[in-house]
Structures are given as C-alpha cells and as structure tokens.
Design a protein around this ligand. Structure first.
Ligand code: G3H
Ligand code: 13P
Ligand code: ZN
Length: 309
C-alpha cells in the first residue's frame, strides 16, 4: 500500500457532482480522526500539511503517520503540501515522499507566478508528483471593505486559461470570495459563481480547488463559546454553496478551520465538565471522535451529497 497522487481522484471527480476533501493535519489525533471519517464513507482523501504544520510537528512524523494510515486502512490517500511558498519547500516535500505539492505564487505578479510555478511543475513531474497552483488572492473580511474591492483580487478567467497553458499545472486554486479562517463574511455570504463557471468553461479539464472552504459549523462555534471560548461573529461558507461549487469544476475542497473548531469545542467541553482529569487521552480521544464525525458529515452530506463519488 502506498500513497497516491490526486490525479486519478480528480479525473474521476471532474465531471461528476462531488469533490475530494482536503483536510489539514498537524498531529496524530487529527490524522486518525480524519482517516476514520473517510474510511467510514469509503472516500478517497487528501491530507495536507502547511508550512506551519511542518514547523509544529516536524514533517517526518507527519509523513510516517500518514503512511501508517494508508497501511492500516488501505484507503487512497494523497499527501499534499499546502501553500508552498517557494521552490525549495516544494522540492523538499517531493524529496520527502509527498505525492502532491502546492506552489502558492498568488502574491507575485502574474508572469512571476507563472515562472515559479513552471519551475515546480518541472521538478515535481519528473518525480511523479502533481502540482496545485493559485491564481487570484483570497481576501478575508478585514482585507476588503466591500464586494467590489474583494472582486478586484478574484481570479481573472482568461488569465487562468493562459496560466494553465503556460505552466502545465495539474490543478488550480481560484479566488471567488472564500478566505481562510473563521471570519469569512461580515454580512450575507457571497461567492462569485458566474466567475467560477467562466473559469471552468475556459479550462474544463483542469480540476479547480476551493481554499478557505470551511463552513465554520455553528454547532462547534456555539460549543466553544458555551465552554469558555470567545469566538463571536464567526461565519463560513454555507454548505449549499459548496454543493453548488462542486458542479463547476471544483474537485478539491480545503478544510482546516472546521477541524480546529470541532477539536477545540470537544476539548473545552471535556475539561470544563471534568476539572479533576489531567490525562490527555481523556480529552484528545473525544476530540478525535468529534473530528471523525465532522469529516463523515462533510463527505456524506456535502462533498458527496450527490452520492456519485
Ligand atoms: O491555509 C491555511 C491553513 O488553515 C493552514 O494554516 O498555516 O496555520 O497551519 P496554518
Ligand atoms: P479554512 O480556513 O476555510 O478551513 O481553509 C483552509 C485552507 O484553505 C487550507 O489551505
Ligand atoms: Zn488555503
């Protein structure tokens, strides 16, 4: 049993109404919770590691834990670098056994983004690894005062077509109104579906990626707040918008914040209700179960609500 790339997963998902969940991992309990949720749904899975996760856990631990998950479950799992900032980190991950890397050149001018993406694509493809790139900027509510300001940083469909043609990238993250974290919208959530449809129509064979796609599930936010947390006004991408996005080329849906909230809510609750306990297994166990339940819900009711996975 070995890790797989996302090539086959995306090829199958591209013209069907479902997407693969890409979940961020930072430690053993998070990995086990996600994998158990995907296993219960018999779903292929992308586990992704950010630069912050590499720094926190030391990548060798994460790589081995993910390999253990493949061995234990036999699931198709792709190990992906999330938001690689430059060639060096992408190369390191390719050399470490990752099967997919993201080169995030979105902060660079268009031509520079093409140049560094192409460099990563050449190296990764030579080593049998696939590459995700990003075009356009994901802005949070603090970054954009109103929708037109946010739209200025959205992906330009014609540029997306030129970018894919010139880089040979395997998948493309697009900016259509989502953002990272728990505070995605101030008022009514808005995603630019017309833009997404246009991008998909120009590059119908390129799997698209939705970053910042957590729903910020109210149940977990409320539970955090009920047990001593302070997360007011958090709001994510409504589930029906994810259901819509998967119809227009979105094959990979990135989720981290919902994992963090599910885990933290459960730990807060446990510690408040059991003030005398201090064995970490007693609160990390329920936290792992909460992650499993959340991931199962995501796959069953959102990512694969069409049942075509
Ligand atoms: O893209 C953002 C992910 O949620 C990873 O977050 O950089 O804090 O690990 P992080
Ligand atoms: P969320 O913050 O919405 O979970 O997004 C995670 C992400 O895009 C990781 O790359
Ligand atoms: Zn992201």
């Amino acid at each position: 049993m070995a890790l797989v790339t996302s090539k086959e997963m995306f090829a199958k998902a591209l013209n069907k109404d479902y997407a693969i969940g890409a979940f961020n991992v930072n430690n053993m309990e998070i990995i086990q919770g996600i994998v158990a949720g995907a296993q219960a749904e018999k779903a292929p899975l992308i586990l992704q590691v950010s630069a912050g996760a590499r720094k926190y856990a030391n990548p060798i631990y994460l790589v081995h834990l993910v390999q253990a998950a493949v061995e234990e479950t036999g699931l198709d799992i792709c190990l992906h670098l999330d938001h690689g900032a430059d060639f060096d980190i992408c190369k390191k991950c390719v050399d470490d056994g990752f099967t997919s890397v993201m080169i995030d050149g979105s902060k660079h001018p268009f031509e520079e983004n093409i140049k560094i993406t192409k460099e990563v694509v050449d190296y990764a493809h030579d080593h049998g690894v696939v590459v995700e790139a990003e075009l356009g900027k994901l802005s949070g509510i603090e970054d954009a005062v109103h929708v037109s300001a946010a739209e200025a940083s959205f992906t330009v469909p014609e540029e997306a077509a030129e970018f894919v043609e010139k880089t040979g990238v395997d998948s493309l993250a697009v900016a259509i109104g989502t953002s990272h974290g728990a505070y995605k919208f101030k008022g009514t959530p808005y995603l630019d579906f017309e833009r997404l449809k246009k991008i998909h129509s120009l590059i119908p064979n390129t799997p698209l990626v939705l970053h910042g796609a957590s729903t910020v599930i109210p149940e977990f936010v409320d539970k955090c707040n009920q047990f001593g947390g302070n997360i007011p006004g958090a709001q994510g991408v409504p589930e029906d918008m994810i259901l819509e996005a998967v119809k227009y080329g979105v094959c990979k849906v990135n989720i981290d914040t919902d994992l963090r909230l599910a885990m933290t809510a459960e730990i807060r609750k446990y510690l408040v209700e059991h003030p005398a306990d201090f064995d970490p297994r007693l609160y990390l166990g329920p936290a792992r179960e909460a992650i499993k339940g959340m991931v199962q819900h995501k796959i069953k009711d959102v990512l694969n609500a069409s049942g075509t996975m």
